[in-house]
Ligand binder design. Sequence first.
Ligand code: GLU
Length: 299
Amino acid sequence: MTDDRAVFRFAPSPNGELHLGHALSALVGHDWARRIGGRFLVRIEDIDEARSRGHFIDSILEDLAWLGLEWEKPELRQSQHFADYAAAAQRLQEMGVLYPCFATRGEIALAVARATAAGVPEQMDPDGAPLYPGLHRGLSADEIAACRASGDRAALRIDMHKALAVAEAKLAGRALTFREISADGRARVVDANPARWGDAVLIRKDTPASYHLAVVIDDARQGVTHVTRGADLFAATDLHRLLQVLLDLPEPLYHHHRLLYGAHGRKLAKSTGAPRLKDLRAQGLSRSAVRAQVGLPER
Ligand code: GLU
């Protein structure tokens, strides 16, 4: 089946070199786009300006070209679109579902520890971090003004209870779901449960955006119809669907592909010493050998 309206993307964060796990992700999207005659984009997710480096962008693009990928130029760079993420945050604030949180990491950790000591069962988000204990939810306008006046910086957090209520009204009886498609195009409907993320940060203190907000804005802006990414982002889709409903953004199809694991059974990652594509390239490995290593058929 061909679909020339289909749009796929690979969205690396340039805070390191690409490894085999990224190669799988990029190739899954690119192969699929080619198979059905769709478009393929590369988006540079460089909102984290403290960790993103220009030379990583260069080597990411070299690696992708070496893998045989072709994509539309120029690549969107998220660091050039902070105003759009701020505008989306402003809309959410006007809906009453976003609030400033001045608490430091230390204060949050202390509040979590106190609650646990008092017998409140500790709840973790899908990434294994304790849920935000609600410290600054419900600050008065005067309290907010006082924090600002003393120079404290705020992150903006979603008020999950309020956001779910607004989304429920917008969905008018429909459930919050997403469609997960398999590589052969079969779709299953998955119930989204964004509440398990608690009051997640949508605008960070150190960066005027967050992954969750930027990704939904840009998938919509770029008309992405098929979000292909690793299974480690499966749970994040719940939050993305909530934001899409709140911001009246279209719902793409999702495909979360298998992850690659290293010798110790740990997910391939920079931190676990995954082989860098740059090194494999320097060693003279062929594209087809890379495809074989990540378990993809010869093309
Ligand atoms: N930039 C994200 C990452 O490198 C991927 C985001 C996505 O595909 O939705 O993990």
